[in-house]
Design a protein around this ligand. Structure first.
Ligand SMILES: N[C@@H](CCC(=O)N[C@@H](CS)C(=O)NCC(=O)O)C(=O)O
Length: 210
């Protein structure tokens, strides 16, 4: 059985949702970030990067949100979690890569983990402010991407969708005014209404909008 290591509300929520969506049995293993469990010796042995998500499969361990999400989608092609058309598939992977590398890895990480960018405490304040401003601009861009659409790709939920909700939620949590982003809000509501997503939110003990 596959095992997903996650911490509530983190980017691991994306593969957590996809695991529920594909309907294969899995074990969700929760790490407590407030107790720094991601840096415990036991976890570092599994994932020396000390990050989540980590998917443990019969073939070995897989890191990186985008790779895990693509893998889960490919496990059950009949679920259509990635477009089969090469161009649409590339569009989905493009937005997933941008959300992971730029919106998460630069903007939000700048706010949440400024010490990754500089050791200088004064400069960390600048990194945080820049991360926060960039996050707001990126959320505006994400809102525009969803305008007039039900899901990111066509009329169908895909592996690209969960990260929109996760990043909007982080925006709310750091006090950004997300109220102008109506398409993004409607998309998050639609996601949260999916039975698989509702089960995951309940297991993680979080709300999609707070
Ligand atoms: N590029 C990685 C980033 C993973 C990552 O940074 N995860 C965060 C949670 S959203 C984490 O584990 N942070 C723990 C830490 O920084 O100590 C991915 O997309 O999987």
């Amino acid at each position: 059985m596959m095992k997903l290591f996650y911490a509530p509300g983190t980017c691991a929520l994306a593969p957590h949702i996809l695991l529920e969506e594909i309907g294969r049995p899995f074990e969700a293993v929760r790490l407590d970030f407030t107790a720094n469990e991601q840096r415990s010796a036991a976890y570092l042995e599994l994932n020396p990067r000390g990050r989540v998500p980590l998917l443990v499969t019969e073939q070995g361990s897989l890191r990186e949100n985008v790779a895990i999400s693509l893998y889960l989608a490919d496990l059950e092609p009949a679920r259509g979690l990635l477009p089969s058309d090469p161009w649409r598939r590339a569009q989905a992977i493009s937005v997933m890569s941008w959300m992971s590398g730029t919106v998460h890895g630069q903007a939000f990480a700048g706010w949440f983990r400024a010490a990754r960018f500089t050791d200088d405490p004064a400069a960390q304040e600048t990194v945080k402010a820049k991360g926060r401003a960039d996050a707001l601009a990126h959320l505006a861009e994400m809102d525009a991407m969803l305008a007039g659409k039900t899901w990111f790709t066509d009329e169908r939920f895909t592996a690209a969708d969960p990260m929109f909700m996760i990043l909007r939620r982080w925006g709310i949590r750091i006090g950004l005014d997300v109220s102008p982003f109506k398409a993004l809000a409607a998309h998050s509501e639609r996601l949260a209404a999916r039975p698989a997503v509702a089960r995951v939110l309940e297991r993680e003990g979080i709300r999609f909008d707070a």
